[in-house]
Design a binder for this molecule. Structure first.
Ligand code: PD2
Ligand code: ZN
Length: 134
């Protein structure tokens, strides 16, 4: 709810994902130039890492990710799920959603952003928590 436009977007996201508005982290905008990538990772917090304890105090675990593509990309920049070999091509106005009800590898939600080869990639990410993120 940082701005009226963000508040509008967040209300639409909550309706689309059928998940409470207040369980969402702030919308994060990210851009990649040619050569930039996001190495494969899980979006949930590793419960065995000491640094996770403080993070989990606000809103608990992350349970879902919505990546909204804000631009087309001339080449590269797919969102890649190596365990299923799934590649989602960035298209302005499209989005990819995945959820992970427990912070475990069997959710097959390891994912990364392929290197951008040409052009720029812009995304907005909404991470969902299991409880209100206050
Ligand atoms: O930009 C992406 O495709 C990407 C890849 C991995 C975004 C995220 N993770 C994320 O926002 O969590
Ligand atoms: Zn991610």
């Amino acid at each position: 709810g940082q701005t009226p436009v963000v508040a509008l977007l967040e209300a639409r996201i909550a309706k689309l994902l059928q998940w409470p508005l207040e369980n969402g982290e702030g919308l994060q905008v990210l851009s990649y130039r040619p050569g930039a990538e996001y190495k494969p990772h899980h979006d949930y917090f590793n419960p065995n890492e000491p640094s996770s304890a403080a993070i989990l105090q606000h809103g608990g675990q992350r349970v879902g990710t919505l990546v909204i593509y804000l631009s087309d990309v001339a080449a590269g920049g797919c969102t890649f799920f190596p365990e299923s070999q799934l590649r989602v091509h960035p298209r302005k106005g499209h989005a990819v959603f995945f959820s992970y009800p427990s912070p475990e590898v069997h959710t097959l939600t390891l994912h990364g952003g392929d290197p951008v080869l040409q052009g720029e990639k812009w995304i907005a990410t909404k991470w969902l928590r299991e409880a209100p993120f206050l």
